[in-house]
Structures are given as C-alpha cells and as structure tokens.
Design a protein around this ligand. Structure first.
Ligand code: ADE
Ligand code: ZN
Length: 315
C-alpha cells in the first residue's frame, strides 16, 4: 500500500467485529475454549473463503463466531482489530456487533458487551482511537427478537450509540423492523441499516423513510434509481461502501466495475470501509489501495473519501 494512503487519517464506519476474526485467532480461541473445528487448519479455513453471494458468506461467518465464548475472547477480538486500525491511521471507529449471534448460543449479553467495551476503552487510552459502538439486529430473525435484544441492551445504554440492521438482505426488507427502530430512536439512539447491498433501491427508500436512518450501509444499488440518487446527494446522506466485500460477495464482478468513484464524482457522500476484513482480504487500508490500483483513484479523491468518513461520524 502506498505510504501516502496509509498515512491519511480516516474513520471506519462499517465494520462487523465478528468479521474481523482472523483464522489464526479463530483457531487459538477454539483451542482455549476446547472447541472442535470442522476445518483441519488455518489454510483449509482460508481456502473456504470463496463466496458466490452474501448468504454463503454469512453461513461461514456465523459458524466462525461460535469460538467466541468469554469476555476475554470478545476483548481479544476487538483489541486485534484496533491494532490493525492503529497501523493504518484509522483514528475513529464505529463498529457493529451482532448480540443475537451470541445470545442465541447461550452467551450472556453482558459477557459480549463488556469484552468489546473494555477493549474500545483501552483503545482510546492506549492507541488514541475514539469510538462509537453500534448494536446490530439480525434481519433474518423476527422483529420480536430484535425487541428482546434491545431490552437486554438497555441496562448498558451508555455503552453504545446506535442500532443497525444486518444479515441476509433479500426477502427481509427494512419495513419489517419499523417499530423496533422507532423504539430505539425514542431512547436517543442513532439509526443506520444495511440496504442496497444485494437488495433493491426500494429497500434504501424504506430504510430512510421508515427506519429514519442517518447513514446507509453499502447502498451501492442506489445508482439504479435516479430519484434516490438525487435525494442522497441533496441530503448528503453518507454511504458506508465496502469495495473488497462487494467483490468477494459478487455484488460487482471485479473492482474495475465498482461504482464508488462515480458516486463520489456525482456528489454522493461515500466512505471506504472493510465490512468483514478477515473474510474479504483486507482492512480499510487495503480497500483504499484496491481503489487506487483498479480504479485509478487519485490522491485528491482519496483525501475526499477519508474526509467524508470523518464528516460522517455519528459521534
Ligand atoms: N456484508 C454484510 N451484509 C449483511 N450482513 C452482514 N453481517 C456481516 N457482514 C455483513
Ligand atoms: Zn456489513
């Protein structure tokens, strides 16, 4: 990666902590927790990171998360991610965590939250990285489950800044979560949601109008709807775009086809993020580097993208 790219101060606004679980740490945690794994070694696991769509990835991502059991595991996961941030001049992070992935396996909400929170606080003190944690609901589960998760979370209200919506997109439109988002907003929480990754522009409209989100996670399919494009430009609604993720999950065939720079030049407030870096081949820096290499991103464009990420912070 060119040093000028690495040195740009940036924020990461779309990162699933569970998606930063590198195979080496996954194997180490499996051993520590005495969990038998279906993969023989790190290389075999890495070789399984070939996906045709979002669902194929999610199946492996949820299987991998099974090694996370104790507060220390969640601390180690988060701390490893923050070290990567430090090395790439990421100065602010707003990561997602998926409580239901863990509480459904019998891990108490508090165990998950405490481990993550302590690492984020240490990251602030020791690495100078500021943060705002986002609790994300799994959209393949019913809204009732999201309500239960929000209820479990409220005793820890000060530990997070907002709610998100992730997991399988097609067939699970934002409108299914209108009431739980209204409840979260009434508690003073910010709202963001994955929309327009695999799903149609209609899902982005719903996320904006029904969930009243502040930022669109992915949103690359907005380009199919001119009226929607005008709205996100006029209102300067940020998009947290994840280029390497979009290639790994076949949203675009190759990086040369990615629309992030076209959106940037049209005035959309796009940002660069890594989504699930352990699975998609790189952190924020590698995502910037891929845009430079395959799309000819200039230094001026990189600076605007980095500035967008700082401007689009929720905190
Ligand atoms: N890219 C993605 N889309 C939806 N849900 C996710 N969970 C983790 N990564 C995701
Ligand atoms: Zn995501």
């Amino acid at each position: 990666m060119p040093e000028w790219l690495n040195a740009l101060p940036k924020a990461e606004l779309h990162l699933h902590l569970e998606g930063s679980l590198e195979p080496e740490l996954l194997f180490a945690l499996a051993e520590r927790n005495q969990i038998a794994l279906p993969w023989a070694d790190v290389e075999t696991l890495r070789a399984a990171y070939a996906f045709n769509n979002l669902q194929e990835f999610l199946d492996l991502y949820y299987a991998g998360a099974n090694v996370l059991r104790t507060e220390q595991d969640f601390y180690d996961l988060t701390w490893a991610y923050l070290q990567r941030c430090k090395a790439q001049h990421v100065i602010h992070v707003e990561p997602f965590f998926d409580p239901q992935t863990h509480t459904d396996r019998g891990i108490p909400f508090e165990v998950v939250l405490r481990g993550i929170q302590q690492a984020l606080l240490d990251g602030e003190k020791q690495l100078g990285i500021s943060h705002g944690l986002i609790l994300s609901f799994l959209r393949h589960l019913p809204e009732e489950e999201a309500f239960k998760t929000l209820e479990q979370a409220m005793p820890f209200r000060d530990a997070f800044i907002g709610v998100g919506l992730d997991s399988s997109e097609k067939g699970f439109p934002p409108r299914l979560f209108e009431r739980v988002f209204a409840k979260a907003r009434s508690e003073g929480l910010h709202a963001v949601a994955h929309a327009g990754e695999e799903g149609p522009p209609e899902y982005i409209w719903e996320a904006l109008d029904l969930l009243k989100i502040k930022r669109i996670d992915h949103g690359v399919r907005a380009i199919e709807d001119e009226r929607l494009m005008q709205r996100i430009i006029d209102e300067q609604i940020p998009l947290t775009v994840c280029p390497l993720s979009n290639i790994k999950l076949c949203v675009f065939e190759h990086m040369g086809q990615h629309n992030i720079l076209e959106m940037l030049e049209r005035g959309v407030k796009v940002t660069v993020n890594s989504d699930d870096p352990a699975y998609f081949g790189g952190y924020v820096g590698e995502n910037f580097a891929a845009l430079h290499e395959h799309l000819g991103m200039t230094e001026a464009q990189a600076k605007r993208l980095a500035q967008n990420s700082l401007d689009a912070r929720l905190t």
